[in-house]
Design a protein around this ligand. Structure first.
Ligand code: 5GP
Length: 191
């Protein structure tokens, strides 16, 4: 998506450790006009697919998923990050390794909000190694829901997550795919 690529080029900052900082428009300050265009684009890409609910993960996924949901006219459920292990059995729970913080945390979704047979569109801001998306897919599987597709704002194509998901037959639509980026030179290439 041209608009997002241009914005990343203009305002994205490449940090050491393969981290792209986009906090001026995507995951701290949020450019809602841009989010609207992203929502429309996911709707166009997934117009052939039945979507009952959007599933995302806190915190950065929530804003983009909420705006996108207005084009799909469906609710958004976000997985919550927690340190506590739940023993009540009323939650779907899985472990996710954090890309940015290098820790492992639990993510949970109440069993009330995902049902067997639901068609889910999973949305998140970044796809790197795929841990966050795989965690959400674990939760979908535990609920007996189907993953109609995955919508990513920025995929770092030089990391493994996207390739592995597509190899498993999961449809992944990323609005910008970064082929390479260099923290020293400050360059970003799309492809
Ligand atoms: P993964 O689980 O695919 O390895 O990483 C995706 C998650 O880590 C996303 O939810 C996102 O919040 C975070 N993340 C991964 N790479 C980046 C990055 O380059 N910049 C930022 N800001 N977040 C990232």
């Amino acid at each position: 998506m041209r608009l997002l690529e241009e914005r990343i080029r203009k305002d994205g900052v490449v940090k050491p450790g393969n981290v792209l900082k986009v906090d001026s428009f995507l995951n701290h300050q949020m450019d809602i006009e841009l989010f609207n265009e992203m929502g429309k684009e996911w709707k166009r890409l997934y117009s052939d697919v039945k979507v009952d609910k959007i599933l995302t993960i806190e915190a950065s996924g929530i804003g983009i998923a909420a705006i996108a949901a207005q084009y799909f006219n469906v609710p958004v459920v976000f997985a919550k990050k927690t340190k506590t292990i739940n023993l009540d059995g009323d939650l779907y729970s899985t472990e996710v390794k954090s890309f940015t913080h290098q820790t492992v945390y639990n993510v949970v979704v109440s069993k009330r909000f995902i049902n067997a047979g639901d068609n889910l569109l999973i949305i998140d801001d970044f796809l790197a190694n795929g841990n966050a998306i795989n965690g959400l897919m674990d939760i979908a599987a535990a609920a007996g829901a189907k993953v109609a597709g995955v919508g990513i704002a920025i995929e770092k194509g030089f990391q493994e997550g996207g390739r592995e998901l597509r190899e498993k037959g999961i449809r992944v639509e990323s609005l910008a795919i970064i082929k390479s980026m260099d923290a020293e030179k400050g360059t970003i290439e799309f492809g």
